[in-house]
Design a protein around this ligand. Structure first.
Ligand SMILES: [Zn+2]
Length: 285
């Protein structure tokens, strides 16, 4: 995920991979310090101290000391969230090695996409990275000890069963099988969340939209229930489109994505009672 990225489908937040660059320097059951544990060491671009973002709306439930616990931060989801294996439950994560726990204390809450950490070297760490574990269910206690003598987050699962990687650039996936949002349908594909063809109410118009609002999500159908692509347009960006529809009180422009070759949709203004776009989210030329 990128900073500020969010994803919610059917009222449930999707768990997003918590860094912009995936570079797994030690994976599950790693022989350096992860024996028998579902745990990842994440080194980002490896050119500095990459940021760590909230994979969903989080509340801090515990922290650990610097030397023996590597400034451990434990976060639980505020609500139930969707895992990449399609299940919905509470989620708990553990993040180690941030050099500072500023703003990280039991009770602190942050929204999905907000920074909640940064790579560091606190505790038993060689080189800047974050150690990351994720478990299904609410937080119960900080650690279990396995037969290899490794302390780990209770009930932790393999992170590729939890996190969607939309918005993340994968440098080193460590052989893991990561999913994107489009891989896990919500409520089935027939409910209008994906619309790849041109619908009957489509009005052809070749023009360019120049966004002047903070952020507009790109979807696979012209509906607030339309599946999110994980990408968006923000202030200063523009897109060439080939037509639009008016639905659900919005104008939705559409184009074929050069990246995915799929038809994409985006709300670009709000309609008044007479069906006119009286609150545009940018300009059209
Ligand atoms: Zn580790």
């Amino acid at each position: 995920m990128k900073k500020g990225q969010t994803s919610k489908r059917g009222g449930i937040q999707d768990i997003l991979f918590p860094m912009e660059y995936m570079n797994i320097t030690q994976g599950n059951n790693g022989q350096y310090s992860h024996q028998g544990a579902n745990a990842l060491d994440l080194a980002g671009k490896d050119t500095g101290r990459d940021l760590f973002y909230a994979p969903f709306d989080v509340r801090c439930v515990a922290t650990g000391d610097r030397n023996t616990e590597g400034n451990a931060a434990f976060w639980q989801s505020v609500n139930q969230v969707r895992f990449a294996d399609g299940t919905v439950d509470y989620a708990t994560i553990m993040v180690l090695h941030d050099n500072s726990l500023n703003g990280i204390y039991p009770g602190a809450t942050y929204k999905q996409g907000a920074q909640i950490g940064q790579e560091g070297t606190a505790g038993n760490a060689t080189g800047n990275h974050n150690h990351f574990e994720i478990a299904k269910g609410k937080f119960t206690h900080k650690y279990d000890l396995n037969k290899f003598g490794i302390y780990h987050l209770p009930r932790s699962i393999s992170a590729d069963q939890a996190c969607f990687v939309d918005g993340t650039t994968i440098l080193n996936a460590n052989g893991m099988k990561w999913k994107k949002l489009a891989d896990v349908q919500v409520g089935g594909a027939s409910n209008g969340t994906v619309l790849n063809e041109i619908p009957s109410d489509f009005i052809k118009e070749s023009a360019t939209f120049y966004c002047n609002v903070d952020k507009i999500n790109i979807r696979l159908a012209p509906s607030l229930k339309g599946q999110l692509t994980g990408d968006w347009y923000e202030n200063g960006m523009s897109v060439k489109y080939d037509g639009y529809v008016k639905r659900e009180g919005y104008v939705w422009i559409s184009w074929i994505s050069s990246k995915t070759k799929r038809r994409h949709w985006m709300a670009v203004g709000e309609l008044n009672k007479n069906g006119y776009n009286t609150k545009p989210y940018g300009t059209f030329k």
